[in-house]
Design a protein around this ligand. Sequence first.
Ligand SMILES: CC(C)(COP(=O)(O)OP(=O)(O)OC[C@H]1O[C@@H](n2cnc3c(N)ncnc32)[C@H](O)[C@@H]1OP(=O)(O)O)[C@@H](O)C(=O)NCCC(=O)NCCS
Length: 438
Amino acid sequence: MQTSGYARWFRASTPYISAHRNRTFVVLLSGEAIAHNNLPNIVHDLALLQVLGVRLIIVHGARPQIDAALPECRFHGHRRITDRESLATVLGVYGQVRAGLEALFSTGLPTSPLRNADIATVTGNFIVGRPIGILDGVDHLFTGQVRRIHTRRLQAALDSRALVLLSPIGYSPSGQAFNLASDELAADVALAMKADKLIMFDEAGYVYDDAGRRRTNLVPAELDEIIDRAPAAPHVRNQLRAVLRASRGGVPRCHLVSFIEDGALLQELFTAQGHGTQVSEQRASLVRAARQDDVAGIVEVIRPLEESGALVRRDRDRLEQEIGNFLVAEIDGIVVGCCALYPYGDAAELACVAVHEAYRSTGIQPGIGARLLAAAEASARAAGITRLFVLTTQTRDWFAEHGFADADVGALPAPKQALYNYQRSSKVMTKQLETDHD
Ligand SMILES: CC(C)(COP(=O)(O)OP(=O)(O)OC[C@H]1O[C@@H](n2cnc3c(N)ncnc32)[C@H](O)[C@@H]1OP(=O)(O)O)[C@@H](O)C(=O)NCCC(=O)NCCS
């Protein structure tokens, strides 16, 4: 049977769809991204995230648009000095940019991917600002920074399934508006909202190190080293500094994605290989005991194997009841593999060993399957189990390579022998576990 590329792609993306649901993402749309003709596609993709249940806060910038409106503007370092007259222009530009984005999110033409999506956007005075003051003898006037964020109000807006759209403006209790740096605001909002992701766009869509190598995964310490050495425009460097601060402050995953490539955001978020640079502390896979909320993720991993007959179909209710027997492997918050242990006295059946297709034999050693097996053996040993057995139809050699030996049905515990399905004629394999006394 031929499976279409589209169906394969869609199936491979399902673990991400469940993993992203109800997560909070803060997205910075820089002024450069807003000026690019790929913007409508990015907005469609953001709308798709919203429809899939992602809680979205979008911060926009407007650097090139303000540069055009205020060609004589003064800067101190990378910061624009906003005086009283330029503040009026800046607020006008922000109003225009925000209205443009609201219009795009409202597109309902039959030809648009947004038809029937009915996205509600919300904006407001969520950010309390204060002046930066005088730095190196230079008064920054109405250029400000974040003083406080009304997180509860933002949460309420997200709870109402609205998409929050923020201009980089902070309002002081005295009723003054301050011009904020959009990249700093996005990082501040991501930190205050304990967001799951911070996503920023730039033209290149990847961080390149000083040797010119494209980096798809970085830990914050690596990014810190790269920022000052790698060739990048000052505004890109500012974005990366904001990413670094967010990442070090506890935002689990930050992404840099290209705004010129149509679909880069979706590929970064819904495929194993991604399409951008991810900055995160946690890179290695983690094997842990399964929780009730892993059931959907486990189903995504085992469903194709049940369909192909490699695994016996498990009733979903049974899966929920037996979740305590399961271990899962997780990468970036996504369940990518599982296995289960069913004890029979001092023996245990190892069952449902499965790794999502996109994560098999990744070349990382040990592989995810091998890690799951090692964790299952450790937890069996801790429970005083001395022997594991498996029933397999298609994976005999893999188990053999991991120390399992062929056995016959008589080697199974009596209750399991009674259930043995001769039609399926699975191979029985066992492995003696070394105990601490051996
Ligand atoms: C078996 C499985 C769990 C291994 O996961 P994994 O993360 O790819 O495992 P590892 O990275 O530790 O090992 C990969 C190696 O095993 C080999 N391997 C994978 N499946 C195999 C199989 N069915 N038979 C023999 N070898 C196999 C791979 O070719 C690879 O070898 P290589 O590195 O020399 O190319 C995974 O392939 C899977 O989910 N298979 C389908 C489910 C299944 O049949 N489960 C058993 C039911 S009890």
